[in-house]
Design a protein around this ligand. Sequence first.
Ligand SMILES: [Zn+2]
Length: 280
Amino acid sequence: MEIGNFLPDNQERLLGYLHRLQGNPPGVLLLEGGCEEDRSALGSYWAALLNCREENPPCLSCSTCRQIKAGVFRDVYFFDGSQDSVKIDEVRQIRRMMGEKPEYGGPRCFVFNEAQGLTVSAANSLLKSLEEPFPGNVFVLLVPLRSRLLPTLVSRSMVLTLNWRKEEGEEEDSVLKWEGCLLEFWRTGQGLFEHTSRKKELDRNLVRSIVLCSQRNLLQAMSGRAEGAAQQFWLDSLQRVSFGRVDGLLDKALEILNYQTNPVMVLEWIAVKIWVWIRE
Ligand SMILES: [Zn+2]
């Protein structure tokens, strides 16, 4: 049984929140930020925290904890929205299950990994379940950013934001350098193409890191944190272009980077789109 990655690194602040919420768990907990692996690990951790009956839960070694980790505990249901695999019928079943007593005392947990991938009908059915809560049932929604969910789902959730993983030091420098290029380009229309046309270093992974870095800055600006030049830039720009629009574009860029696209063109594409939007 692998429980080594149950507890992600660099999420102590969030773990502290979860432990404080344990005594009075919110009906819907939304975890955003970080990476998919960390969100998924924390979703399982939360379910174990609520269901483990050892002295200092979650002990991560009792049969409850191990079964939750393996995805076979009878009071914890996992749904995965990432491959369009959640069937509307399964979500409808939730209503029926909520009325029954949990097998082991509960609370019963319904964990939705990559919940932004739910179909509209599945998301609406889920919303119905959240609207009429039954005691003894809690929900966990795991998403990259809350803006990717129906606002009606978000408004029923307690939202906690994970830390993003720190990249390797070397890569971080190059990401910051490109972030500077993008900011200059968005402000002045210059300072990007002379770099993209010359630089061979701009591979798929680096472009992905640059896009993720922009998303992180955007989210920080949205939550009112203007710690650096990039966050300040977004804070100013969000008066002219909507958060959802930029976030959607960056999300699309991450998706097409998975295909046989030219990463330099993907970077130039988002750079130009945003440049145009903030001048509209
Ligand atoms: Zn345990």
